[in-house]
Design a protein around this ligand. Sequence first.
Ligand code: 5RP
Length: 225
Amino acid sequence: MDQNALKLAAAKLALDYVEDSAIIGVGTGSTINFFIAELIRTQARIKAAVSSSVASSDLLRAGGFDVIELNDAGPLSIYVDGADEITRDLAMIKGGGAALTREKIVAAASEKFICIADESKRVDVLGKFALPIEVIPMARSFVARELVKLGGHPEWRMREGKAVVTDNGNWILDVRGMTITNPVELETTINQIAGVVANGLFARRGADVLLLASKNGVECILRTP
Ligand code: 5RP
């Protein structure tokens, strides 16, 4: 089974959590694109979606769904999103698609976070995938120096020679070389650096459910209290 087939299998199972007339949170990335395609294919009868990126909003609208602002939605019952890495405790690194800040906000506003992923995302210890950090542009260099003090090797994210700009108008630092044995502590520490908008550790508010697809099927892993 190729990776796309696994992403699709996880995305299909996530539909079980989608209730008629609900306003749902929808994440960003290639795995979530399969989920959006499934919402469209099955003509899911949701009331509306709150999305974590312009890219996902565009796909949802093109599929006929209402996309509304979080400010107009109130608490969301579910948030469905992918991950770059996820542990057995359902702590994650996210932000490979530069949408981490909005992802964190929509996740925080949702009662249940359902992560959909293929088995390549499962790790014992977070940190092989470079940790994305969204920074206010004027603080880039200062934040990078602070991250070096924490033992990381930050790199300014570029695409085709230009700085990647997030949907919020900010820049991304990708931090390599961190073995993250205490993600909750590191998430808190990085949040306290002036100029950091959000970091890609989702440990304080991790996933509640992981739908993890492998060639043996989709395993449903629940967060243990
Ligand atoms: C985007 C994200 C994505 O959820 C993460 O990068 C996984 O993406 P993909 O499903 O394409 O592997 O955090 O900011």
